[in-house]
Each structure stands twice: as C-alpha cells, then as structure tokens.
Design a protein around this ligand. Structure first.
Ligand code: NAP
Length: 295
C-alpha cells in the first residue's frame, strides 16, 4: 500500500498539463486520497466529470482549495498571479502551493507579496507537452522520462520541496532544483526561442505564398512541417510565455540574430568553411541528444 503524498490535491485549470497529472494520479492509486478539480469554464468541468478525473469538481476555486494539502496551478503563466492571489487567503495552514508554469521570474515576483508564512511555494516546471490543449488532450504518460525543474521559494521548507520532488518522481519525471533566473534563461534557449522562430517562419511562408500567389505550403517538406507542429501551440499560452520571459528571451534572441547574420554573411560571401562548421556543429548537437536518448 502506497503512503499518500497528499491527502487532498486541488488542480486549478485541468487542461493538457492538469488533466495529464490527474490521469496519472487515477492510474496510480494511493498517491493522493482526494482529487479536487476547479476551472472557470462549465464546459471544461463537464468534460472533467465525464472523464472521471476528479472526486470533487467545482467552479468555486476558493471552496476547492480550502481542504487541500497541495494546490497546483495549471493555468497560463499570465493567470498564475491573479489566481494565486485569489485563492491564497482560502488555503489551509501548512498547505503547499505549486504550479506547472513555463516561466518563473515574473510569476514569483507577482506572487511573493501575497505569500503567507504558513504556506510553502514550490514552483515546478515539467518540461513535457504537446501542441494540444484542454482536458481531452492530456495523457497519463506525458511526463515519463522528461525533466521537471523545481524553483522553490527561498522560504520553502525542505520537507515541502521533497514532497513536490516525490510527486514529480511519481509522475515519471526526472527532477532538478534550480535558481529562478537560470531556469528562465535555459527555457528561453531550449523552448521559447524555438517556438518564436516556428511561429514566425510559418507567418513568413504564408505571406510569401500570398505574395507569389502560389502554393508554397502545398510543397511543405519535412523541415518546414516540423516547424508547423511546434507553431500549432495555443496562442494564449505562448503570448503569456513570451511576455513573461521577455528579458531572457530577447537576450538569447540577440545572440541568435547575430549568429544568423554571421551564417547569412557566410552564404553571401561563399565562405564554405563557416557554412560547413555551422552545419557540423548542428549535427554534433543532434548526435549528443541521441546519445542522451532525447533525439
Ligand atoms: P491548457 O490546456 O490551455 O489549459 C489551461 C487551463 O487553464 C484551462 O483549464 C483554462 O481554462 C485555464 N485558464 C486559462 N486562463 C485562465 C484564467 N485567466 N483564469 C483561470 N483559469 C484559466 O494549457 P496547458 O498546456 O495545460 O498549460 C498550462 C500551464 O502549463 C501553462 O502555464 C503553461 O505555460 C505550462 N506548460 C505547458 C506546456 C505545454 O507544452 N503545453 C509544457 C510545460 C508547461 P479555460 O478553459 O476556462 O480557459
């Protein structure tokens, strides 16, 4: 018999991430005794009912959190601080507040003035996802083998950090605890900049097709198709990520722009050495990922 990590867990925002957590918990009896789910949209709550993802399903977020030992925010990063501020006064003493947000600094700065001394805030970013949204998009194995980056508040007790780490371990993830700003820079490079490029390149291809009055997109080959999969992601979620990780994103974008300009100059000038070196570096990185089982 597994000892429960939490008596009651409340998930706010049962979309792709939240419903994947709930499905995993349903598939792993004993980790949590009672699952409470809340969302502002009655249609989402109906789907949660139909999918049997919660023991208590309610539109009242303040009521939903009052008995929870852990409250997990699974809303877009722009909604994290307003939702946290609304529920914090209603949480029970000794409970843990956590989330699954993709950016850290802006959320931490907005939430910290409202934090209570008797609540531990242990933010977590599971680095897994798909381009789909909503309660029907989740699946129990989403987090299997992926990283989950924990960025606990400096006042969070070790016991709370250990429990959130144990929780993500049970979700199948590998855990790393890191500093907030380090998190935001790493994610700007490995996730936010690639999405920014994917959204932009799709727009460029679409505009070119209109200008040339031709079927550019009909001939989309595998390289471009890979971009379109990434670019199919949710606009609200990505608007929030870009605006909430602005500084780190623009900083890595500046470096990327310079590298892109150098590559364009090498192509313009017929600088074969630079072109081959840049391509070879890409191949080495791909092989390195393959060696880590991530390609
Ligand atoms: P999602 O499928 O769109 O679900 C978001 C949920 O939040 C929905 O239930 C939505 O409810 C609710 N919500 C949206 N705006 C809200 C607001 N202002 N107040 C209250 N609830 C609101 O999104 P997701 O992909 O699960 O992403 C959730 C979080 O995980 C985000 O912070 C994202 O950055 C992070 N994350 C996502 C991925 C990924 O690949 N998707 C990966 C890692 C981390 P409504 O239906 O009522 O709008």
């Amino acid at each position: 018999m597994t000892t429960p990590l939490f008596g009651t867990l409340c998930v706010i925002g049962p979309g792709l991430m939240g419903s994947s957590v709930l499905r995993r918990l349903r598939a792993t009896p004993g980790l949590v005794d009672t699952l409470v789910v809340t969302d502002r949209d009655p249609d989402v709550l109906s789907r949660v009912h139909a999918l049997d993802l919660g023991d208590i399903v309610t539109a009242d977020a303040q009521e939903a959190v009052k008995d929870a030992d852990c409250v997990m925010l699974c809303v877009p990063v722009g909604a994290m601080a307003p939702v946290a501020t609304a529920i914090l006064p209603h949480m029970k003493p000794g409970a843990i507040l956590t989330d699954v947000g993709s950016t850290r600094r802006s959320v931490a700065d907005a939430v910290s003035p409202h934090m209570r001394d008797d609540i531990a805030y242990v933010a977590a970013h599971p680095m897994a996802g798909t381009e789909h949204s909503g309660p029907d998009a989740g699946f129990a194995t989403l987090f299997e083998g992926s990283w989950c980056l924990l960025t606990p508040d400096s006042k969070a007790p070790q016991d709370a950090i250990d429990r959130i780490a144990a929780f993500w371990d049970a979700m199948g993830a590998r855990i790393r605890v890191m500093d907030i700003d380090q998190h935001d820079t790493i994610c700007a490079m490995v996730s936010h900049l690639p999405h920014m490029i994917a959204f932009t390149i799709c727009g460029t291809a679409d505009t070119l097709a209109e200008e040339m009055r031709t079927e550019v997109l009909d001939f989309a080959a595998s390289g471009f198709r890979d971009f379109t999969r990434v670019a199919a992601s949710d606009p609200t979620m990505w608007r929030d990520i870009f605006l909430h990780n602005k500084d780190a994103l623009l900083s890595v974008f500046d470096r990327f722009s310079q590298d892109m300009a150098d590559m364009a100059a090498a192509i313009r000038e017929g600088d074969e050495k630079t072109i081959v070196e840049t391509i070879s570096r890409g191949r080495r990185i791909r092989r390195g990922l393959a060696d880590r089982g991530k390609a």
